[in-house]
Design a protein around this ligand. Structure first.
Ligand SMILES: Nc1ncnc2c1ncn2[C@@H]1O[C@H](COP(=O)(O)OP(=O)(O)OP(=O)(O)O)[C@@H](O)[C@H]1O
Ligand SMILES: [Mg+2]
Length: 404
């Protein structure tokens, strides 16, 4: 076991170190509380710490408090070394987060016995932390699989519906165009009846009705095509994809989400190179970002705007999704990509959207995803996908915060 001994008294520090080494432990030492904290923050931090109560600047109980406050540090079993006169303060020490104490000067047998308890607990804590970690990963996989299954079922349904709507839309369009042509041919024969108010009304209104119907049919056709493209069966390999088309398709499919709360503005790079990717997954990411943007705008109770832009960078393409929503509060910014992190009510959000986006962009495509946000002003999400489909870098965000 790796054990930390923090004591400002060199004699007692060295004695303890020698004793622990004799018992076969890897004992590291710190001369004060500050050094103890820095050792405990390291990657391979000790599993058990023996801290002297009285140390300059940061005493033993304060070290305990800071360790327990820092939720990211791995669990450590803490024993306080107390002189007899301090025993009445033990409640303070235990309240600060210590697990046990050893009276000073220490009795070898008692120290040995208490260390065994500590090692047992530290071992259980480590096993528990590993299990929790495994469980979180399993839950994340389960959530992702559920989302994928749901999407597949929705996709199949969407493509079925698209097919069903497509056929009548086509013959309605053909018939309206036939009526338009017929009206154009009929129109000269109606001229001689001028002066009849009913006929004047028809001559004015029929062409407008035909034009409106054709526009409506074009709109239905566009939605049907978008549904069909969106519901494309998942591909096994990356395909060279027109990302601008994927953006427009996703915007159309998601109209119901943003249509009531925002206007959409697009600025798509016409020179954008086709990019190797899994198109279904990229559309899924875009959909998640659009839905989040719409929700963030809906929270402001004002009609807002979502801007989607694409551009070509040196060795990647960039997609930007900006919204004029409520922004991501500072305290949540490090958490939003974590699986199951949500600020939405039960039934409204599962906290999977950005975790899936992260996994798709970073792990499946070797790309990058990050955001800028200002509370009350809005948020911009950036995605970079390598043009060569291979990519080179890690995500800075992953390096800084979220390694899984
Ligand atoms: N554009 C945004 N503006 C403001 N907050 C956002 C934005 N995008 C994400 N968030 C915040 O990040 C949280 C996590 O987002 P994520 O998409 O992962 O989950 P969700 O939207 O809550 O649920 P789900 O996407 O699974 O339905 C959201 O609950 C929200 O608080
Ligand atoms: Mg979401």
């Amino acid at each position: 076991m790796r054990v930390l001994i923090a004591d400002d008294d060199p004699v007692s520090r060295l004695m303890l170190q020698a004793t622990l080494r004799k018992w076969g432990h890897d004992a590291v030492v710190a001369c004060d509380g500050r050094e103890a904290l820095s050792i405990l923050e390291q990657d391979l931090s000790p599993e058990l710490a023996i801290l002297d109560w009285m140390m300059p600047e940061i005493d033993g109980p304060e070290v305990c408090r800071r360790i327990r406050q820092n939720s990211t540090s791995s669990p450590v079993y803490i024993m306080l070394l107390t002189a007899k006169s301090q025993r009445e303060d033990l409640i303070v020490g235990l309240g600060a987060g210590a697990d046990d104490y050893i009276p000073k000067p220490f009795n070898h047998q008692e120290l040995y016995a208490r260390l065994q308890v500590g090692f047992r607990v530290a071992d259980l804590q480590r096993k528990l932390a590993d299990r929790v970690n495994d469980l979180e990963i399993a839950l994340m996989r389960l959530g992702r699989a559920q989302q994928a299954r749901k999407l597949e079922a929705l996709g199949q349904m969407a493509s079925g519906i698209a097919h069903e709507i497509n056929t009548p839309t086509q013959y309605i369009g053909d018939n309206v165009r036939f009526l338009q042509d017929s009206w154009t041919e009929l129109r000269p024969f109606l001229g001689c009846q001028a002066g009849n108010p009913d006929l004047d009304y028809l001559i004015r209104e029929v062409p407008k009705a035909i034009d409106e119907s054709l526009q409506g049919i074009q709109k239905v056709g566009k939605i049907v095509r978008a549904m069909r493209d969106f519901a494309h069966p998942p591909s096994e390999n990356k395909v060279h994809t027109d990302i601008n088309h994927a953006v427009l398709t996703t915007i159309t499919v998601a109209t119901n989400e943003w249509g009531y709360v925002a206007d959409i503005e697009t600025s798509l790079d016409p020179q954008l190179p086709r990019t190797p990717c899994f198109p279904g997954e990229i559309q899924q990411v875009l959909l998640n970002l659009l839905v989040n943007a719409a929700h963030a705008i809906a929270d402001t109770q004002q009609k807002g705007v979502i801007r989607v832009a694409t551009s070509t960078q040196t060795d990647s393409i960039e997609i930007r999704v900006s919204d004029s929503g409520r922004g991501i509060p500072k305290e949540y910014r490090e958490k939003v990509f974590e699986p199951f992190f949500t600020t939405k009510d039960v039934g409204e959000g599962t906290g999977q959207g950005l975790a899936v986006a992260y996994s798709v962009i970073v792990h499946q495509h070797n790309g990058k995803i990050w955001f800028d946000s200002e509370s009350g002003k809005g948020t911009t999400f950036y995605i970079r996908l390598p043009i060569d489909g291979i990519g080179s870098g890690k995500n800075e965000y992953e390096e800084a915060h979220f390694v899984r």
